[in-house]
Design a protein around this ligand. Structure first.
Ligand SMILES: NC(=O)C1=CN([C@@H]2O[C@H](COP(=O)(O)OP(=O)(O)OC[C@H]3O[C@@H](n4cnc5c(N)ncnc54)[C@H](OP(=O)(O)O)[C@@H]3O)[C@@H](O)[C@H]2O)C=CC1
Ligand SMILES: O=C1CO[C@H](CO)[C@@H](O)[C@@H]1O
Length: 355
């Protein structure tokens, strides 16, 4: 049986309940999917706490990495149309269903409505159908509004205006997009809906119109951007925080300084536990009650990132990690190209000063 984690307000993840002698260590053995912790969302659906991220996987890498991840026991796959690899992610899932490793119902697949599909209901539905078709699925477990702002509709993922700037679409508000997302639930094309990169003001606005409240807010989160306020805000409203770029997205071209995976404090905690810095960063999210979606295309690291249930960070270590916060300097995925949109969520990045 799956272990269920209740993510209701103020409920903390109890770690000892996860410790099972049968967990694989870093030796490449597969870990039983039956023993991984789950998050119960508001809708009553369960989401596995660790998923595999798929951004920046080439199509070929995605095919191998997702097959490998499912083989190691991952059941949560984080996808998006804009990652341009959904066909291969879908093929990998089909392959693992065909070889008997999993059935569809055991997978938890997240998709995201790309910014060029902010429009009327038909446009939003087209966005979903494109992903369903590529992923070779008849429904998604979770569908997110990828960003609170839209771009001009069309085939270009990053459309440009005649002046060469990103063509922002300002005549439709995310609350209208949300109403279409709700219809997709009623049509049983998606089991849960949520948002990504929304700030607390935007979530409040959404909650005022929603008949189905967002199940999750997927945001950047790691020790340099710990999202303490947003995490509490979401928890108090029964919204599950999903931590993206949990390793600080090393290698991302926008990263100009070393990230948390290279931080001496993280390395020291890792040494004390005989774990890797990546495992500390993933475990840190789980102990905060966040779902977490590290990306890797390397089989050893895919396995390593999943093997974080045989140790526990102590309170003082969690506090040390929380103390690494860098405010807006810690944010890697900034999307300042879209800052002229009224719903650009990270206004603090546009002002002078540290915070
Ligand atoms: N909603 C949104 O707007 C966003 C969502 N996301 C989602 O979150 C996922 C994760 O975030 P992402 O930005 O990819 O970054 P991560 O923080 O997951 O870091 C990924 C990088 O870390 C490396 N890495 C992975 N595991 C290890 C390890 N154990 N030791 C050392 N290095 C490691 C990977 O290299 P290698 O592959 O070679 O192992 C890759 O370069 C994305 O893939 C995507 O699914 C991300 C950004 C925005
Ligand atoms: O998920 C993400 C990664 O890729 C996208 C663009 O290329 C980002 O906008 C987004 O946040």
């Amino acid at each position: 049986m799956f272990r269920i984690l209740d993510c209701q307000p103020r409920r903390l993840v109890r770690l000892k309940t996860f410790l099972k002698p049968s967990f694989a260590s870093q030796n490449g053995r597969s870990q039983s999917s039956e023993s991984q912790p789950m998050m119960r969302m508001n809708s009553g659906c369960d989401m596995p706490m660790i998923g595999i991220g798929t951004w920046k996987m080439t199509p070929c890498q995605a095919l191998d990495a997702v097959r490998c991840a499912i083989g190691f026991g991952y059941r949560h796959i984080d996808c998006a149309h804009v990652y341009q690899n959904e066909r291969e992610v879908g093929q990998a899932m089909q392959d693992k269903i065909a070889d008997g490793t999993v059935c569809r119902e055991q997978l938890f697949v997240t998709g995201k409505l790309w910014n060029t599909y902010h429009g009327c209901y038909e446009v939003v539905k087209q966005g979903l159908e494109k992903s369903l078709c590529d992923l070779k699925l008849s429904y998604l477990d979770l569908f997110l509004i990828h960003w609170p702002f839209g771009f001009e509709n069309g085939c270009e993922l990053f459309p440009k205006s005649p002046d060469g700037e990103l063509a922002l679409k300002k005549d439709i508000h995310f609350t209208n997009v949300w109403k279409s997302m709700e219809l997709l639930v009623h049509e049983r094309l998606v089991r849960n809906i949520g948002v990504s990169n929304f700030n607390s003001t935007q979530i409040d606005q959404l909650l005022q119109v929603a008949t189905i409240p967002p199940a999750v807010n997927q945001v950047e989160c790691h020790p340099y951007l710990n999202q303490v306020c947003l995490s509490t805000f979401c928890r108090e409203r029964g919204i599950q925080l999903v931590a993206y770029s949990p390793l600080g997205s090393p290698g991302y071209e926008n990263r100009t300084s070393p990230g948390p995976i290279d931080d001496p404090v993280v390395k020291c905690i890792a040494n004390n536990h005989k774990k890797t810095p990546a495992q500390i960063l993933i475990r840190y999210q789980i102990q905060r009650g966040h779902a977490v979606i590290p990306k890797s295309v390397n089989a050893e690291r895919i396995c390593q990132n999943f093997n974080v249930f045989d140790f526990c960070l102590m309170e003082h270590e969690m506090n040390q990690l929380l103390g690494l916060e860098k405010g807006k300097q810690g944010r890697v995925v900034q999307y300042t190209d879209a800052c002229a949109h009224p719903e650009y969520p990270f206004k603090e990045l546009l002002s002078e000063g540290a915070e």
